[in-house]
Design a protein around this ligand. Sequence first.
Ligand code: NAD
Length: 352
Amino acid sequence: MNKNIAVIRGDGIGPEIVEQALRVLEKTAEKFGHTFSFTDVDMGGCAIDKWGNPLPEAELQKCLESDSVLLGAVGGEKWNNVAGDMRPEKGLLRLRAGMGVYSNNRPAKIWKQLAEASPLKKEIVEKGIDFIIVRELIGGIYFGEHKTAGNVATDILQYSEEEIERIGRIGFETARKRNKKLCSVEKSNVLDSSRLWKKVMHSLAEEYPDVELSDMLVDNCAMQIVKNPAQFDVIVTENMFGDILSDEASMITGSIGMIPSSSLGATSCGLYEPIHGSAPDIAGMDVANPIGTILSVAMMLRFSFDMPNEADSIENAVSAVLDDGFRTADIMSDGCKKVGCSEMGNLIISRM
Ligand code: NAD
């Protein structure tokens, strides 16, 4: 199969981790007889430096014309003082909105080899952590009106039934492919938007009788994720709640450097990225963990290109390298062998 992938290296550690993921894609192409071509796209701080804009229209267009987009990370201190509309993160919000990717899916799964890296008690980890957070990505408070008038600032949180229904369906469909348990998370004791959310989820539930739907308030969910994460299969929630809960969920699995994500809309063209940021504190040192980006590429093969065997080959290689005791600094523990970013890439490729 021929696929054209738009590649956004971005800022900080972005170029280093993306480089390893591209090498893994090249190895996959060689092993399975595919052709992947890569189109470079400027986004984030580097695009501000080059074009004076975090995502020029022509760069967005390259993404829209691709079969899928791979992103490292954007942002950094250097661009902290640029005007709000021109910040690196604005490029990312514009990319998500431009691609219409309304569903962000983040697995929170503990690798047995990294159980000790979890900050949770051993007896909680032993019960297993394996759930997915489906987060609405292009609505809610991040996309509502933002306004500052004098000493008062306002951000609007708004959802329509249609927006809730389309993300709700992804939640139900995802649960259907897993253990058929969907937990809808909101704040319906306070917010009108959450009461609408809950109503839409329950009317959708009639179409998915095989999926068990439960409701949970977001503050309770934040607590349950650390108290008893084994209870969750799929969580579906709105944009800001999902942003916060998915960072919490990533941390209990050991390291933010391990977690991939996919963002999908109505077409198969998706956006794939690790969940962490550009980590300026370790940029250029060849110590970043590339596994979250490499697993994002595996998700791309599985969900956008319908290549499950290719995805398995990457995930199995990652597992084998962890079995062999190799670790980047963020997941290092006693008795393991410490390796850098490019060496981790080499090891995974050699295991493929
Ligand atoms: P961060 O995720 O970049 O870093 C947090 C901590 O985790 C740091 O100590 C970092 O060294 C470590 N870390 C992150 N990824 C790692 C990896 N792959 N391997 C090893 N360690 C890793 O978050 P931050 O420091 O809050 O943000 C830095 C910049 O990234 C900011 O400009 C922020 O806006 C941006 N950011 C971008 C994205 C994105 O591009 N999707 C997401 C979050 C933050």
